[in-house]
Design a binder for this molecule. Structure first.
Ligand code: TYD
Ligand code: MG
Length: 480
């Protein structure tokens, strides 16, 4: 009979421990550590299989000769011969390539995580097609798309819808990792796609597909496969709202690259974000639109989060535009505020961290003398975007002032800046880049912290007037 081994795994960061502690020892989260029991196989005799041994050894190419330390220059020569990075240009412009840090590196394991239905399978199938068609480097090359979720007919239907018809795309429906790797090895494809990690299993490993041990072992097996064959592997992984323990969190440590696909239910926009990348920078963002025929790159997304533009005479009070950054990109987003006199208990905030909103409101009361105490205040960031940086502070304050004073801000004005506790305006990172977007989109005025006014004016801003303000009072006076 096999021994059982207990493990405590943190559902937040994936850290596992042989012992229970009150909180996770890696990320200090409390109440996130859950117990898992692993039954060890009896010395490999019963099942003829050992988890800890290289499971996928049998059909992996054995390296010729012994592996010894290699000269850096020899390694790099080898890399150049390997056609370093599949550029992934073509259908998506450079959206996917940029998020990956310049294309797919041979032998890398990439996880594409996201909520069910967000479009992971669609994206992976489209990537498969681009590579199979050889739009990157001339000659078409085989790509295998393995699905444990859909039959080959279903994938075929989807491919039809996406107008994919290449000879070099191979579809396979299977959930057995050994079977999958064995079959695809014969094809020696340019790229392997596995959809999804939650549906595949490895014989001899405890638990059902999607369970923590299966997910971990299958991913490790795919990683070894990728490293030994230099075939890049793209994995789809579902993230559940509850932060499921077997979800991609646990995998983040194993794989080379983690991309998350995000999108709002009511919007057709999809964001692809890199949160881990061993071969490039993180914080990169790709923007796509889900259409009738699959995902399409949005090459100029700056305006995507703005509400509908109206003539200045129709503009309502309580709206202000902020220039925020996400990855290396600038976006202009609209912030809405509504102050209702006589209902001071009401406070509803969407898309702005509650503590930040509280601070800005308090500073407006104390340092700008706004009598907000008898007002209910609603704040909303258009399109369900969540602000993660302080560069939107000034626009939030401006929107609240505008609603409170019932003074509409012309929609040709944009705001950039952080607010300090003294009501002072502070510069934020990459002011120039933000201002460039504001200028490019034809805004007439941009309100910035006074200290940045001179250097920004020096970069030449065509039709946009840059107005520097020291504090919130000055900002309010500038608008009036
Ligand atoms: P899918 O890729 O199956 O999501 P995931 O693999 O992340 O679960 O995407 C499913 C959704 O995308 C589904 O609601 C239909 C929509 N969709 C389109 O709008 N256009 C298309 O061309 C395709 C293929 C899907
Ligand atoms: Mg899917």
């Amino acid at each position: 009979k096999g021994k059982s081994k207990e493990q405590w795994v943190c559902s937040d960061c994936g850290h596992s421990d042989g012992q229970w502690w009150g909180s996770c020892r890696a990320c200090n989260s409390v109440g996130t550590v859950k117990k898992f029991t692993e039954v060890e196989s009896d010395g490999g005799k019963g099942s003829g299989f050992e988890v800890s041994n290289n499971v996928v050894k049998s059909w992996l190419p054995t390296l010729s000769g012994e592996v010894v330390p290699m000269r850096l220059t020899d390694v790099n020569r080898g890399i150049n011969q390997l056609n370093w990075r599949i550029p992934l240009s073509g259908l998506f412009g450079s959206e996917v390539a940029r998020v990956l840090g310049g294309g797919l590196v041979p032998g890398c394991l990439v996880l594409v995580g996201g909520d069910p239905g967000v479009g992971k399978s669609t994206l992976l199938l489209q990537i498969a097609a681009i590579i199979a068609e050889g739009r990157d480097f001339g000659a078409p090359t085989p790509v295998v798309y393995v699905s444990g979720e859909e039959s080959v007919e279903q994938i075929g239907n989807r491919a039809d819808r996406l107008r994919i018809g290449t000879e070099e795309l191979f579809l396979y429906s299977s959930t057995d990792i050994e079977d999958i790797l064995g079959k695809i090895f014969l094809l020696s494809p340019r790229v392997l796609i596995v959809d999804s990690i939650q549906t595949v299993y490895l014989k001899g490993v405890t638990g059902s597909p999607g369970g923590i041990f299966q997910v971990k072992e299958c991913t490790s097996a795919l990683l070894r496969f990728a490293k030994k064959t230099n075939i890049p592997v793209l994995l789809a992984g579902h993230v559940t709202k509850s932060g499921d323990i077997a979800g991609p969190r646990v995998l983040e440590h194993i794989v080379d690259v983690v991309l998350y696909m995000e999108g709002e239910k009511h919007s057709s926009h999809r964001l692809l974000r890199s949160v881990k990348n061993r071969f490039g920078s993180t914080d990169e963002l790709g923007v796509f639109e889900m259409s009738q025929s699959g995902l399409q790159a949005v090459s100029n997304p700056s305006e995507m989060f703005l509400g509908e533009q109206q003539p200045d005479s129709d503009v309502l009070a309580g709206l202000a535009v902020a220039a925020i950054m996400d990855g290396s990109r600038t976006f202009l987003i609209e912030i809405q505020a509504l102050c209702i006199p006589g209902s001071s208990i009401l406070r509803q905030v969407n898309g702005v961290p509650a503590s930040r909103a509280d601070m800005i409101i308090s500073v407006l009361k104390k340092q700008a003398g706004l009598k907000l105490q008898d007002n209910g205040i609603f704040l909303n960031v258009v399109s369900g975007v969540t602000l993660t940086e302080t560069a939107g502070d000034l626009a939030i304050a401006a929107a609240i002032c505008s609603s409170f004073l019932e003074f509409p801000i012309p929609n040709s004005v944009a705001f950039i800046g952080e607010i300090g506790l003294g009501g002072e305006l502070r510069p934020v990172s990459r002011m120039e880049k933000r201002l460039n977007t504001v200028v490019k989109l034809g805004y007439k005025k941009c309100i910035v912290p006074k200290s940045t006014e001179k250097s920004l004016a020096a970069i030449g801003t065509e039709g946009t007037v840059i107005l520097g303000c020291r504090n919130l009072k000055e900002m309010i006076n500038t608008l009036n």
